[in-house]
Design a protein around this ligand. Structure first.
Ligand SMILES: Nc1ncnc2c1ncn2[C@@H]1O[C@H](COP(=O)(O)OP(=O)(O)OP(=O)(O)O)[C@@H](O)[C@H]1O
Ligand SMILES: [Mg+2]
Length: 249
């Protein structure tokens, strides 16, 4: 069954700085199916964040084709591009980007503020639900500086959830957290994934990456390996080359 959330065909990204050109992505092709949990690894400068920015419709590729839930992203105008980003994608970063002197509840509500289809009451209820989902029901009225790092990241995850995205993109979400707290955060991602949300997560740490069912390695703007759980190996085009234990559906 083909239920691809993401289909990339030969995606390239070139940055130009004065006379210097950097080829940050050199032909990325892959398919990510709905419900996958994918880790992206690779050394600094290998293109992980560049890829995430393109996947998240924060930036456009120089070349190649990107289908997000079947929508050809290149064909979208600026407004449509932003709308797709706001409706379909939740972002979590290494820095929590929470507004200071603003409660957890208000921080989580923020993405809905400009959505005229949702009433203020509804958005408050949604924010409460999202905070409950990440285990912060009893911290809703705390401001960020009264929360621990792990709690702040959980607020950021709740904020990413509020629009009911089909895809969560997390760029080193545990980069500022100790290993115990990182594990709590990964448990939340795992639960969200089990509820059906597709997750793509960048990390430098093997034990964080191993929470995912599929691990991509990048080098010099290319995907150099793509390993699924249970010993599956995927080619760059996303096709399964070998089944590990015959449990294929
Ligand atoms: N806005 C930009 N302008 C010019 N070059 C850029 C820009 N953003 C990234 N690059 C370059 O593109 C390449 C890939 O960068 P990217 O940020 O995607 O790497 P990364 O894998 O996320 O690294 P890290 O692990 O350090 O976060 C690097 O050579 C980087 O210097
Ligand atoms: Mg990066």
């Amino acid at each position: 069954m083909n239920d691809a959330v993401i289909e990339l065909k030969d995606i390239r990204k070139k940055y130009r700085m004065g006379d210097i050109e950097v080829n940050a992505l050199n032909g990325i092709s892959m398919v990510i199916q709905r419900g996958e949990f994918v880790s992206v690894m690779g050394s600094s400068g290998s293109g992980k964040s560049t890829l995430m920015n393109i996947l998240g419709c924060l930036d456009r590729p120089t070349d190649g084709e990107y289908l997000l839930e079947g929508i050809n992203v290149q064909s979208l105008s600026g407004d449509e591009f932003a709308r797709v980003r706001n409706r379909k994608i939740g972002f979590v970063f290494q820095v929590f980007n929470l507004l200071p002197r603003t409660t957890a509840l208000e921080n989580v509500e923020l993405p809905l503020l400009y959505n005229r289809e949702i009433s203020l009451n509804d958005s408050k209820q949604k924010a409460m639900d999202a905070l409950t989902r990440v285990g912060l029901k009893d911290r809703m009225y705390h401001e960020p500086n009264k929360l621990s790092g792990g709690q702040q990241q959980r607020v950021a995850i709740a904020r990413a959830l509020i629009t009911s995205p089909s895809l969560i993109l997390a760029d080193e979400p545990t980069g500022n957290l100790d290993s115990r707290t990182s594990e709590d955060i990964m448990l939340i991602f795992k639960e969200l994934n089990e509820s059906g949300i597709t997750i793509i997560l960048v990390t430098h740490e093997n034990d964080i990456a191993s929470w995912a069912g599929r691990i991509l390695f990048m080098k010099d703007g290319r995907i150099t390996s793509d390993n699924a759980g249970k010993g599956h190996y995927r080619k760059n085009n996303g096709s399964l080359l070998s089944g590990g234990n015959g449990e294929e559906t």
